[in-house]
Write a protein of this length. Structure first.
Length: 487
């Protein structure tokens, strides 16, 4: 099978022209008009190579990075085939966000043609999903877990599916969905078209292709680890406890939308709260949030009501927002591949973007692994060398700089700070060591006080009833101290 895939890959690559229009790909006029209204005339490389073969009904393995236009690469052929053949299309995506965005993109193409879709994802009401399923949608977009829920409830059947798409297949396997994917594929009709899209080609993907696909054409647009040339990448070497201070400086230098990636969900929540406390328009997204809150956060970020989106890697591949100016890796990702997916959120659709990564000196190995994957050396910057107006220091003249700087020294008392006992001998001994003859202070006592002092229990070690802290009331009378011992 590998030889067949390699041969067909070369044939497809050689048959694609350097630059084509959508009209050259065998697309119907109705869809061409919709693409024109969307200001889309020139296909991306993955679209130019995939669409003709997919329209003809061939199985496809598409290897391409995020932001390369994969959704239209399988969405356009799916619409073309469903317009001619009876049946349904099924798209399986790893995350809720990605499923929603795939549905949104397909609707842009299909709604003017009367297309009906349904989204089956966790965290959403089953009744609402049943409502859309009863309308007999042409295309269903689902996550693996919720799709299996519907299959077990017999609320959705796969017997009418003639076009299947596995989007971000490697991510689904990384998330542990391999058993669910196999369970779904085992129930699929034999006579179907299968398109699999992935950023990488691990052995598990090859195994799925060999077991469930028929002589697939492999189309590779960019090798693993390829990043967009329009992304200006930079690494700031910092101290770990200064991340937030550095982030504030970076945010002050950019005015557009900013996506900040944090390693943990708790870290996302904490960082978002700190940014809001500074008056920043920030929101958060991670898997602990409900679907409605995640949708609200994405909508606020897309509409620019919120300028900063703080996220875990759950949004690294699912987020599709145009115009993100800056991506900040607040923490390094757990693996090098996630770095590529993270920074791929900027510089989309041919635009330029910036990616800044915070790293410590101890993270050299992780940085080298990233550079090895992307086959590129990333510029390093000592953050202390960067100046911003908000954190500028007062200027010092040349004359001032020549003066000897004052070095603060700790205060040293002329009297020893060593504690000493207030006994007659102990106190006097402290002063005699300095050549000072001092006698312990003995206040004069009244007759009644002297009588109490001479009480048999006075030296017994038991606390006497007439002893009170200085300044405390004694039988209703306040005793004001006349002297205070200096310590």
């Amino acid at each position: 099978m590998t030889k067949n895939v390699d041969a067909k890959r070369q044939a497809v690559a050689s048959s694609v022209k350097e630059e084509q229009s959508f009209a050259d790909l065998g697309i119907s006029n109705s869809i061409l008009e919709i693409l024109k209204k969307l200001n889309l005339e020139i296909p991306t490389p993955i679209q130019a190579k995939t669409i003709p073969a997919a329209i003809s009904g061939q199985d496809i393995i598409g290897i391409a990075q995020t932001g390369t236009g994969k959704t239209f690469a399988f969405g356009i052929p799916m619409l073309e085939r469903l317009g001619k053949l009876k049946g349904q299309g099924l798209v399986i995506a790893p995350t809720r966000e990605l499923a929603l965005q795939v549905d949104e993109s397909i609707k842009k193409l299909g709604q003017p043609l009367g297309l009906r879709t349904a989204v089956l994802i966790g965290g959403e009401s089953l009744d609402r999903q049943l409502f859309h399923l009863r309308k007999k949608p042409h295309i269903v977009v689902a996550t693996p877990g919720r799709l299996i829920d519907h299959l077990k409830r017999h609320t959705f059947k796969l017997d009418q599916v003639n076009t299947l798409v596995l989007d971000e297949a490697d991510m689904m396997l990384d998330m542990g969905f391999a058993p669910q994917i196999k369970e779904i594929l085992d129930q699929m009709p034999v006579n179907r078209q299968t398109m699999l899209f992935s950023a990488t080609m691990p052995a598990a993907i090859v195994k799925i292709a060999a077991s469930y696909m028929k002589l697939p054409i492999s189309i590779e647009v960019a090798p693993q680890g390829t990043t967009a040339a329009q992304i200006d990448q930079e690494i700031f070497i910092i101290r770990g406890d200064e991340r937030f201070e550095h982030l504030v400086k970076v945010l002050a230098a950019y005015s557009g939308s900013v996506l900040v990636f944090v390693r943990t969900k708790h870290g996302v929540k904490t960082l978002t709260m700190k940014l809001k406390a500074l008056g920043q328009r920030a929101t958060e997204i991670h898997s602990n949030l409900s679907l409605s809150r995640r949708r609200a956060a994405l909508d606020a970020f897309k509409s620019q009501r919120e300028r900063i989106l703080v996220a875990t890697d759950v949004a690294a591949r699912g987020l599709d927002v145009n115009g993100i100016e800056l991506v900040v890796n607040y923490n390094l990702p757990d693996n090098s591949e996630d770095y590529v997916h993270r920074i791929g959120r900027t510089a989309r659709a041919g635009k330029s973007g910036k990616a800044i990564t915070f790293a410590t000196i101890d993270e050299r190995k992780e940085i080298m692994a990233i550079e090895k994957l992307i086959n590129k050396s990333i510029k390093r910057t000592e953050f202390a060398k960067i100046s911003t107006p908000q954190f500028s220091h007062p200027k010092i003249s040349a004359d001032q700089s020549r003066k000897k700087s004052f070095t603060a020294k700790p205060f040293r008392s002329s009297v020893s700070s060593k504690p000493f006992r207030s006994s007659a001998t102990g106190g006097a001994q402290q002063f005699r060591s300095r050549g000072v003859e001092a006698k312990p202070f003995r206040p004069k006592l009244s007759a009644s006080a002297a009588a109490r002092r001479s009480h048999p229990n006075a030296g017994s070690g038991r606390p006497m009833a007439n002893r009170r802290p200085t300044g405390q009331p004694f039988f209703g009378k306040a005793v004001a101290p006349k002297f205070k011992r200096s310590r």
